[in-house]
Design a protein around this ligand. Structure first.
Ligand code: NOJ
Length: 555
């Protein structure tokens, strides 16, 4: 395995634009203590592997105590570690080792809601004169908002005699961020982890934390998102985020906000100017090239839609803010199964790496993406674990045949990205010595880290090459972006330009051979082919094989 030298101490605030992040959904990453559940012992053991990819930072999905209604995104204690994952001592070991290897560590900060088992909620339920009474959003009469996960967004609580708001599951009551005491709690959580040495936060649905005053009804057009325009980007959002920014400014750390339904215009409000309170944002437009709003409303893959989304963000943020570049995370099915081809797994997996990584922005790689993991197809809905697979979208389609509904789940479930990481061809994919908490994808004998390590042409080794190339080039890091042939249904082509240096990235999304034409301004110019996912003499042969990808430097 290729190891990288540890980097010298570096500042994350200055360097995040050059960094590659590796995202870990701990429960399914690696089981270090033999109980079938991925944990911080496992993360510790695999830090060398992550560094060998060229990663500069890890992002840990929530590792706090949680009843797991939403696998960690329902937190019952913000200043502790879930016993399934280890303890604070083990967390510190992971943090220290990450730093020794020259990487940074960012945590998930989930403060739009807590678990209903958090002591604050247990107190808040007790009544209006309780000190925690206003920590959550209580009403005598609910409005018409939908929950993104389960039916309506309000649940009646017998003990309190009122309804509480939950944008996600019933077990995830929304915090009342308008209450200054709640904001103080958030700041205290941030300081707790920053004082320990963590390097920043990925801030969960952060654009939801301020809701429109009076909580007005939404227009009931699309079930599940009804109300979203009243609970996202609310009137105090920038004020609250600025308060949090004043905490983080005292540390060398970064803040990356997750922003469902974020538009370029709203993102720029978070990322620039007097409201600047985040360093980067996760946007979603490019994750909707085969669906409408959510993967559960499935449409055929549309390359033009994907390119349009990529280009919109590239053009709009250039020179003003910085993009996050990602194709997978724990909330989306696997990208090869969506935008590529499981049959041409290596070809499409490597092409997809090229298509996103060389844009302008910081690269994020999600566990298993680098070995080309694909969707799982379980036979029974009860075998699925994720709440969003089993609630709204399953129930909204009760009238459809079981077969149709299962097909929808196979395409859309977040669980496809949450199956145990496939390390070897041994039993349980080398993830654990005992039966894992969740089904291993049956393709693990073929698709696993060990076999990818031993093949120089594997997806894994190609990811390493891409990361090396990206990090070694100022053109690929800082250059401007220009798309060519936006109307092509087969080719995605873009240029990166920096101080007169021109590079061209060409990706074929076709299953067939395609003849590619260079843009006029590149025709006949000498060039060097720096990267290609096919071997052999490719440079001047413009017939692209299925899912071929190339990176040219023009001289
Ligand atoms: C976004 C997280 O990424 C997702 O996993 C979670 O279900 C929701 N926010 C609610 O916290």
């Amino acid at each position: 395995m290729e190891q990288q030298e540890p980097l010298r101490e570096f500042s994350i605030r200055d360097n995040y634009r050059r960094m590659v992040f590796y995202q870990i959904w701990v429960r399914s990453f690696f089981d270090g203590n033999g109980d079938g559940i991925g944990d911080l012992y496992g993360v510790y053991d695999k830090l060398g592997y992550i560094r060998s990819l060229g990663a500069d930072a890890i992002w840990l999905c929530p590792v706090y105590p949680s009843p797991n209604a939403d696998y960690g995104y329902d937190i019952s204690d913000y200043k502790s570690i879930h016993p399934d994952f280890g303890d604070m001592e083990q967390f510190r070991k992971v943090l220290d080792r990450t730093h020794q290897l020259g990487m940074k560590l960012i945590m998930d900060l989930v403060v739009n809601h807590t678990s209903d088992e958090h002591p604050w909620f247990k107190e808040s339920r007790k009544g209006k004169d309780n000190p925690y009474s206003d920590y959550y959003i209580w009403r005598d009469k609910p409005n018409n908002w939908d929950s993104l996960f389960e039916g309506k967004a309000w649940e009646y609580d017998e003990m309190r005699g009122q309804y509480y708001l939950h944008i996600f599951s019933k077990k995830q009551p929304d915090l009342n961020m308008d209450n200054p005491k709640v904001r103080e709690e958030v700041k205290s959580i941030m300081r707790f982890w920053l004082d320990m040495g963590v390097d920043g936060f990925r801030e969960d649905v952060i654009n939801f934390i301020s809701k429109k005053e009076g909580l007005p009804d939404g227009l009931p057009f699309i079930p599940a998102v009804n109300g979203m325009f009243a609970y996202k980007d609310g009137p105090h959002i920038h004020e609250y985020l600025s308060e949090f920014r004043r905490v983080t400014e005292k540390y060398d750390c970064i803040q990356i906000g997750e922003g469902p339904m974020t538009t370029v215009k709203t993102a720029l409000m978070y990322l620039t100017g007097k409201h600047r309170s985040l360093d980067m944002m996760f946007s979603f437009d490019h994750m909707m090239a085969d669906c409408l709003f959510t993967e559960y409303i499935h449409l055929p893959f549309n390359l033009k839609k994907l390119k349009k989304a990529f280009s919109k963000w590239q053009y709009s943020l250039n020179g003003r803010a910085w993009n996050t570049l990602y194709l997978e995370n724990h909330d989306h099915p696997r990208i090869i199964s969506r935008y590529g081809s499981e049959k041409l797994r290596r070809e499409s997996g490597t092409m997809l790496a090229v298509c996103y990584m060389f844009q302008q922005g910081s690269v994020f790689i999600y566990q298993g993406q680098e070995i080309g993991m694909t969707n799982i197809r379980l036979r029974d809905i009860n075998e699925y674990k994720d709440i969003s697979s089993k609630t709204n979208f399953w129930k909204y389609h009760l009238k459809d045949s079981l077969e149709d509904r299962m097909r929808r789940i196979h395409r859309s479930s977040r669980d496809s990205s949450r199956t145990p990481m496939q390390w070897t061809a041994a039993k349980y994919a080398g993830f654990s010595r005992v039966k894992p908490w969740f089904t291993v994808n049956p393709n693990y004998k073929r698709v696993n880290v060990a076999s990818e390590e031993s093949d120089p042409d594997s997806i894994l080794n190609f990811y390493r090459r891409c990361v090396r190339l990206k990090k070694s080039s100022r053109v690929l890091t800082y250059g401007s972006y220009r798309e060519y042939f936006p109307d092509s249904h087969e080719i995605y082509m873009y240029e990166r330009e920096y101080w007169g240096h021109h590079w061209l990235i060409i990706c074929s999304f076709s299953k067939h051979i395609v003849n590619v034409k260079l843009p006029k301004n590149f025709e006949g110019r000498p060039n060097e082919l720096l990267l290609c996912n096919y071997s052999g003499e490719r440079k001047d042969n413009m017939c692209f094989e299925p899912y071929e990808a190339r990176v040219y430097r023009f001289l």
